[in-house]
Write a protein that binds this ligand. Sequence first.
Ligand code: GLN
Length: 303
Amino acid sequence: MDYQELLNQVLEEVRPVLGQGKVASYIPALARVDPGQFGMALATVDGELFGVGDWRTPFSIQSISKVFTLALVLARDGDALWRRVGKEPSGNPFNSLVQLEYEHGIPRNPFINAGALVITDRLSSLTGDARGVLREFLRAESGNPSVDFDPVVAASEAEHGHRNAALAHFMAGYGNIENPVPNVLEHYFWQCSLAMSCADLARACGFLARHGRRVSGERLLTRSQAKQVNAIMLTCGTYDAAGEFAYRVGLPGKSGVGGGIVAIIPNRCGLCVWSPGLDARGNSVAGVEALDRFTTLTGLSVF
Ligand code: GLN
């Protein structure tokens, strides 16, 4: 398959929707991003890399970070993790508080903010430095030693982080946060602020296409755990639009409000697409369209 040719074609086909949607506006650093940008990268399991458009431009990875923190905790905690967080789609916005009370402080899944806060809390307990361990992992997997946090984004996240603070305190009230809430929030805000390009992220999610093996060949997850992470991406990775995403794209995927989406074709490649204009549920309009076009043109999906 000529991946470069396919990516070129996808770019042509998404042109009509470029600039559609609204950039995230809850923090100034995201609100000033140019919505017309678009990039897409594909990294094969054996190390080839293809890209189109703004695929080398770093952007704020935001909730895409939740895939990597989940994998790092699952690798260490195994199934014990599922006592602290569920694995069911939420059907609610990513920052929703409502289900937490019915479920006694146990978030529905690791990809809504509440669940991601629990995962970051656990990664802090296990490693002593959640955000540092995450950055090391992403540098190694992307092959880019300059992957780093954006301190301006991190500071803005903290300043505007009232809902996340509410979620963390609420769960701490149920005994589902182990570390001091301000520490958990700080690590979470920093992890969301990581800046990476489509090229970096397509490579970094390769371990999920390689059934748990890192770029070095070393195993991070068992084959079964890699399947579990992919399954949760498929059912929960795009929040209350996960059904629509599975229907259109047919791949495990994870979005972030920076406009990025990673998607996995098991045994074949990691994909990352970025375009900052978001739909009402916080997923990139051109990003979903591009992945839809890609799987439709190639017939490559998990179905
Ligand atoms: N930093 C954002 C938040 O916590 C991340 C949300 C997202 O990307 N969906 O609200």
